[in-house]
Write a protein that binds this ligand. Sequence first.
Ligand SMILES: C[S@@+](CC[C@H](N)C(=O)[O-])C[C@H]1O[C@@H](n2cnc3c(N)ncnc32)[C@H](O)[C@@H]1O
Length: 424
Amino acid sequence: MIMGLINWHLDLEQIEVSEEWNFPNIKEDSIHRIHSYPAKFPSFITTKAIEYAKNHGVNVNTLGDLFCGCGTTAFEAKKANINYWGCDINPVATLIAKVKSESYNIGKLYLFFENIMQEYDKFINIPRSIDFITINERIKYWFTESSINELYYLKMAINNVKPRMCKYKNFFLVAFSNILKPSSKWLTKSIKPQIDPKKKEINIKEAFIIQVNTMIKAYSKVHSDFCPQIKIETKNVLKENGKDIKVDLIVTSPPYVTSYEYADLHQLSTLWLDYTNDYRSLRKGTIGSVYDTTRFKKDIKLLNSTAESIVFQLYTKDTAKSKSAARYYVDMQNVVKISYNKLTPKGIAVFVIGNTEYMGVRINNAQHLAQAMQQEGYKNLEIVKRKISRKILTPYRDDKGMFTSALDGRKVYSEEFIVIGKKE
Ligand SMILES: C[S@@+](CC[C@H](N)C(=O)[O-])C[C@H]1O[C@@H](n2cnc3c(N)ncnc32)[C@H](O)[C@@H]1O
């Protein structure tokens, strides 16, 4: 649906699902699955957006992603020989994104792998005692003592890999990171951090070997000699001034309000990879965190009319939630401003965003974003609806505010929106 002047009372639910943006006609490269990542979007969205931009007269030299997550756009940009800039506040995300968009010599990967496993076996066969007092309390909460021992030695073996080459070490750290959840007591497939008392311990060495082999296989399938410039930064996008690197096309999927608590979900990796001693510290700055309820009085004055209406409705149900929603909408309005500054003239921004619901209040993120884009000066606004596969449905909070993965398949959560705008 192309919107010239948007009627803000228009119900986005009335838009027909667009077949064009719905399903890919090619299979996703297996590199996209080397590490699980909540809210990862399908890779074909990037290829489709590149095609869209070209069809609308944009010469895409550089592609940008303000919330690059696990690097879906980074890998696709590299594959298409397009320069790339991306950022994410989550260091685990940027580690995976860097590894996904890196080129590796397969022979060297096998060599490093052999060295790591030899080192690991040495540690395991002559065990030194780990000083458990030095182990983070949260790690002790999630892992059994024997798993901590094995993971500790595995991490040491990776860190000792020689010759020291950062990009190879990162490859194995990603492999390490992806076996943490199955090695822990974390309830499998749960989006809530909770212990599964019945979970069986796995063989950590075996899991690591399988993971590395899967990753090497995925990289062996990529045949590309392209090496465009790629820059991936761990930073809060709200601190981005938009001046350094300009991009011709933005493809990005922002967090939703009241959905994931990213810092909590990635705690096993952030703790084991020493990004923090307290995973909660990473909630700070994360857009959409329910823990950000400050500045409410100032925030409400900055909201556009869509956000104001949502925040007002939430206020009567859950004051704290309405305050975090207000913060989210102000942050997103700033993100729209940053996206506009980051684009070259005539550049295009493609946002992927879903609507949610909280205690019966319709949280119309897509409409808010479209209105913010229009107010920022974006032209030729277009809003497209697409279906999401049931497997990757965004969780939402139920009537009591608790997380649920929407397994009842409520229609409203099986669709999301693509909001496109062009800079003048
Ligand atoms: C919907 S996910 C993006 C997923 C990505 N498209 C992918 O395919 O992996 C949203 C991302 O926004 C990041 N994020 C949240 N607040 C941020 C901030 N202030 N600055 C940068 N990134 C942020 C989260 O860490 C998360 O990775």
